[in-house]
Design a protein around this ligand. Sequence first.
Ligand code: MG
Length: 394
Amino acid sequence: MARLRILVLGSTGSIGTQTLDLVRLDPGHFEVVGLSAHGSADALLTQVQEFQPRYVALADESQASGLEDQLPSTTTLFRGPDANLEMIEASTFDLAVHGIVGAAGLRPSVAVLKTGARLALANKESLVLGGELLLDLARRMGTVIIPVDSEHCAVHQCLRGEDPSTIRQVILTASGGPFRGKSREELRTVTREQALQHPTWDMGQRITIGSATLMNKALEIIELHHLFGLPAEKIQVAVHPQSVVHSMVEFVDGSVMAQMGPPDMRGPIHFALHYPDRAPAPAQKGFSLELFSNLTFEAPDRGSFPALDMGYECVSQGGTSGAVLNASDEVAVGAFLEGRIPFHAMGELCAEALAARTESSIDVESLLAADGWARKFTEDRIQTKYSGPNAARL
Ligand code: MG
């Protein structure tokens, strides 16, 4: 059987390295055609030496010259801000695993789908910004978006062979993050270090902070809405601290299907790499009494964690609202990690940005313009509120 030709976008990040871990275990199944990174030239070079891809892309121009000299003669380098797009266009591939972080992932998602290849999508921002656009494009090209987000992968699996019109509701599970049970007042004094301690999942920094604010879940509400065409009223969030039930679907007959497993992103990545087949993964653990003996569910505290309401609001508003929420959160999380704003300010800044602007257009240019606007708006608000002479006390 011919090997599956894959691109790994964002190959030095959390999703990218775990993807390559799985590829390494099953080398006869995959051919790595291309790898890309933002600026981690050294890590990328190590991957190139191991996987010998035909193409490699590095977005940060300043890191590119050092890399170019050391590449094997059979590997072509694309460099600069459009490097991913150029690599996607040049490559012949069956599947792209897209683990780029942030709104910068939107154009690569569009580019992959335009080739007709399958898109294994971990970059949730693509869907948060341009879900409508991407789903429409996938339909027109006769291809599919395979979600590489544990919750959405779970829903995808629960829906195999089911008629989507028979969904009563989807229950999106949330770990609740490190601050589950804390009051609004207590959240005013939590630190960056506390926020970065995720109880169950090992993930990138932005998602980890997003789990502490529940903004990650808000973005996942929007993602779920687009992927499966669900209205806001069919999306529930349940806090499930053990992160074993990755999400559930309740059907019109009252039956509830859940997809379960240890909290390990290699599960959803493996599923996406082999979709539509179910392939053996001997190293992946499944059921164990230790893990499954105490599964609990509770309602989220929407007062302490206002992000959830913003997710629902974006589902109702549509247009550029997802782009605005995502961009504002990216800037706010960056400022929080730099110690410039307190924890609770992240939600406040996002709410201000959402209230200030939404447009109905959903073409790539409008979405990215809204993204740019929200970044500037949020940064300006941070300057005014937290760095100026009248700055609020941290
Ligand atoms: Mg998730």
